[in-house]
Ligand binder design. Sequence first.
Ligand SMILES: [Zn+2]
Length: 339
Amino acid sequence: MCQKHSEIAQNPSHFEGSTDELKTSNEIQSYYTEYIKGMKFFDPHIHMTSRTTDDYTALIDAGVVAIIEPAFWLGQPRTGLSSFKDYFSSLVGWERFRSSQFGIKHYCTIGLNSREANNEALAEEVMEILPVFIYKEGVVGVGEIGFDDQTPAEEKYYRLQLELAKEANIPVQVHTPHRDKKKGTELSISIALEHALDPGMVIIDHNNEETVEGVLEKGFWAAFTIYPFTKMGNERMVEIVKKYGSERIMVNSAADWGISDPLAVPKTAALMKIKGISDEDIRLVTYQNAITAFAQSGQINVADFETPMIIDQSLKFNGNTVLRGGQIPRIEKDSIIIS
Ligand SMILES: [Zn+2]
């Protein structure tokens, strides 16, 4: 192993070294994958609507075979119910199809995000259409819901949506606030318990070292988002798995329209492997636990992604394809390219 590789091996998703190292990012990409050959990943939190087809290709090449796309905000407030409706429809429709065109099984969670819960007039309207969407095929939970600024309106719609999830008997994906996280996480947990939700049906997201113990102690699932450069880096994630083990812990990228890394899950797996975490623990936190938690929706059939999906880019969704003029569709059946 050359000097550069051994430095990179310290952390495959953080390029904190010289510009020279940054320039060799292609080399780094192919290098970290050596550690995760043959592994499969399930990213339970990624906003693919905001990502490119290159990302889809990179995900499947890195072994990410299935994903969950939680409903969230657009980076700016929506002005009416129609844009919520169209967004939810795309999560169960076009985006799901788009993902399949790259061989990745796509699931989603549907909910009113915490930020837009603060527009109460609109929130009321959104609550009315949620039952139309949460029973649709591929919807594995209510999410992502919870607190942002921890306002009374956020609490109101969090409670209402917990009731909705309880009634539908599907999991809940809880977004915890980035400001005043510990308080917001404890509040999210105590309200869920107050509404008599089974902690085994609730995935508390965006944990850190301060929140993980309380979440696990109360029997909830603890999800961790690996952000490049900031917050929960994957070095810290390795330490958490070393300390708390792999039970009820899962890793996600939460990649969206901001600076984020859609490959955070496979890269974290590579770092875990380098740092001596067992293959079984890696499998649990980067694949199996998310499946176990969200399969309680009755919507996940592992046979759909355990073996490579058949890719047929000649298929259309409402007359639309992922191809542009003159492009040749990629058609794979039993791994034979016949296009
Ligand atoms: Zn998110």
